[in-house]
Write a protein that binds this ligand. Structure first.
Ligand SMILES: Cc1ncc(COP(=O)(O)O)c(C=O)c1O
Length: 440
């Protein structure tokens, strides 16, 4: 039995199965966009540990900053004593991502915690309880975040869920179905206005929380017209607009924030994943006038904004600036889209190509009918990719989407090689001819 197999056996013996396992992949080390398993096999990484490694695995500057900070101060708790890395990271975040004239920040540990805290802030700021969220949403696995999450497989047996959560259809725009961006935007804005009349009174709604590009939901991109409409409705009724940028943030869409593509500023926003360069840290940003309405002591936690995680995040942001990773995101996104569209033109089972910047996805359906999502085909393609040296992960409420979350430092050669492997795996499972000159 290989050391990889043995590790999986040890995991199965002691790790709770509630911690889902996508495959039997193991990992011993990772650098840049390459992951190496326990038996020394190298993989091109199109998953980035679920969108965390935009700056690349074990970036030298990030690792150096972490080591230096670890030798000075490992923990203090911001509630007990103020330390510089916490304040410096908040300063950097409000400079990069202003929410109007004056912005404040809060640091916690995970995406779900950021979401929980954003809702608590919105509730305190408005004195209201209701939260509107969307089908296809994923906001994390704590109880309130799970309540806001849509896909039932994340929720089985976990209720009762948090009350005062109202769900509306996400403004889904799909190639060849469901209407234009304008039609979808107007239909869903009308539905929202109706819901504020017949489902929950606007005076009871604290917040609307939305992912501008849904992550786990399958990289659905909200149309700008809809998002501008959301802003107007929130302004009309004093509702806090929260953008969950946990998966979209820090270069993934070719900008620091997905909202920069929309010209719409949220009242509050949530950040995690690639902010930390691999360490667990998350943030809530908000308009100062909103953040200042919160009672001291109601937010935070023992570990939130740990000094080592702050130092890692600051070094990550510095590296992203000096390597020009937003531009790299745009660049790889363009290339991935070209390759996916070429595949779509050849393979009938591909029923959509979508995304923003380097947050790109390709969707599979049986016999090319989008009404019959093909999770089994998607799973087989993912497995064949892994057998040929590429890590990719699925997404989508129906599990029929393959998403790309490769580190943005990936070289053009590795990106092409990874796309070749994916292209050939799709060909193998859909009986399409392989691309000339490709490998895998
Ligand atoms: C948009 C979004 N929000 C929240 C979360 C939850 O983050 P975490 O797993 O760090 O709690 C995720 C995780 O995938 C996410 O994609």
């Amino acid at each position: 039995m290989s050391s990889s197999d043995e590790l999986i056996r040890r995991r199965e013996r002691v790790v709770c199965q509630g911690v889902g396992r996508m495959s039997d992949l193991t990992v011993a080390s990772a650098h840049g966009a390459t992951v190496t398993d326990l038996v020394g096999r190298a993989f091109i990484d199109f998953a980035g540990g679920i969108g965390v490694m935009n700056v690349g695995h074990c970036d030298e500057q990030v690792v150096r900053a972490i080591r230096e900070q670890a030798g000075e101060l490992l923990h203090a708790s911001i509630h007990v004593a103020t330390y510089e890395p916490y304040v410096a990271l908040c300063e950097k975040l409000v400079e990069l991502l202003p929410h109007g004239p004056s912005t404040k920040a809060l640091l916690v540990n995970t995406g779900a915690e950021a979401v929980e805290n954003a809702i608590k802030i919105a509730r305190q700021a408005t004195g209201r309880a209701g939260v509107i969220c969307f089908t296809g949403a994923f906001h994390g696995r704590t109880l309130l975040a799970t309540s806001l999450t849509s896909k039932v497989s994340y929720k089985i047996g976990c209720g009762p869920f948090a009350p005062e959560v109202y769900r509306l259809p996400y403004p889904l725009v799909r190639q060849h179905r469901g209407g234009s961006e304008h039609d979808v935007s107007q239909r869903e804005l009308t539905r929202l206005r109706a819901a504020l009349h017949d489902t929950v009174a606007p005076g009871n709604v604290a917040a609307i929380i939305i992912e501008l590009v849904q992550g786990e939901g399958g990289f659905n991109v909200a149309p700008p017209e809809y998002v501008r409409g959301l802003r107007e409705i929130c302004d009309e009724h004093g509702i806090m607009l929260i953008f969950d940028e946990v998966q979209t943030g820090f270069g993934r869409t070719g900008r620091w924030a997905a909202y920069e593509h929309y010209g719409v500023t949220p009242d509050l926003s949530t950040w995690a994943k690639s902010l930390g360069g691999g360490l667990p840290i998350s943030a809530v940003l908000g308009k100062a006038e909103v953040m200042d309405r919160v009672t001291p002591g109601t937010l935070g936690g023992t570990y939130g904004g740990n000094p080592v995680a702050c130092a890692g995040a600051l070094a990550t942001i510095r590296q992203m600036e000096s390597l020009g990773l937003n531009a790299r995101g745009e660049h790889s996104g363009t290339r991935i889209r070209e390759r996916f569209e070429a595949i779509a033109s050849r393979v009938p089972e591909v029923t959509d190509v979508r995304g923003l910047g380097a947050m790109m996805a390709i969707e599979f359906s049986r016999n090319g009918d989008p009404a019959t999502p093909d999770a089994a085909l998607t799973k087989s393609i993912v497995a064949t990719c892994r057998d040929n040296g590429l890590i990719v992960i699925p997404a989508g409420v129906d599990g029929n989407v393959i998403r790309v979350l490769a580190p943005l430092v990936i070289s053009d050669a590795d990106l092409e090689r990874g796309l070749d492997i994916l292209d050939n795996a799709i060909s193998a499972h859909t009986k399409q001819p392989a691309r000339a000159g490709s490998e895998g």
